[in-house]
Design a protein around this ligand. Sequence first.
Ligand code: KG4
Ligand code: ZN
Length: 339
Amino acid sequence: MKILAIETSCDETAAAVVAGGRRVLSSVIYSQLEEHRIYGGVVPEIASRRHTEQVVNVTERALVGAGLPLAAVDAVAVTHAPGLIGALLVGVNFAKGLAFAAKKPLIAVHHIRGHVAANFIAHPSLEPPFLCLVVSGGHSHILEVTGYTGYRVIGKTRDDAAGECFDKVARVLGMPYPGGVEIDKAARLGNSDRYKLPRPRVENRPYDFSFSGLKTAAINLVHNAGQKGEAIDQNDLAASFQHAVCDSLCSRFFAAADELGHKKLVCAGGVCANTGLRRMLTEGAAGRGRELYMPPLELCGDNAAMIGAQAFYEYREHGGATLSLNGAATLDIAGQATE
Ligand code: KG4
Ligand code: ZN
């Protein structure tokens, strides 16, 4: 089954054709990053407008790249939630129009389910069940993936997501948006023992995360030093901060894996591109004799191939969506509206 997938939930306009949930025939991403960077973050209205301008072109390129006319694909998939609502609606309406005109099934895909599915592309033999650490700009979760469309939330952030926290601290350090990758670069040159930062815990919820205290501690360190006229070593702070985030994520993830007896560990989402996190996960999994699966860097961030991969399993297990499909800014991974 060949699926044409569209992704417009944030600031990447993306389209891909994926066969059988695992084989990427084409993947095209138009990144709006440069335009949003001058504002220090994604401006929702600009994102929607750019998606509107780019979505046809990006989709045509994906079809040409796969060497297929629209008539030859078996279904059209789209990210319908969660994300920026105006941005999501561009993709949802476009996909509905395509499915309607070409008389193809329409498949709705949850963005975070898509991030998890990036691993099905990268690791053809990977099958659920497994334990997955999802770390993106808007989500930090430990999920028990019980089946291709089955999820149990084991832990989640109580406040900021890991990526959001990277971006906010980077901003205070004067680094451009998105800050995660900038902190990553600076951290490679720094000493992670230099600055002591907290590892907040959530009472009675051993697998939940809390990043706002850590973020505030890092930001206060920068402001206090500024007030005293002292210099902060950017590389050392980036390294100390990154280590604290990775430590918070990995300590809970490995504890949950031990408790629940998972041998297969998976990571997904934009923050999974982080060098320090990949190293800590690799070392931790090897030390415990667990299998570790992570997508290659190009499949960690937002793309449509991961949506096409997940769409295959959504269709196989639940069939298609109706043409009254709507977008939703918030929706938990099990499909429950959170707002
Ligand atoms: O998954 P993603 O592309 O979009 C969302 O669904 O949110 O994740 C974007 C997030 C941003 O916060 C970005 O700063 C972060 O992933 N990120 C990184 C790195 N690359 C991207 N964070 C830390 N280190 C990186 N190398
Ligand atoms: Zn994402």
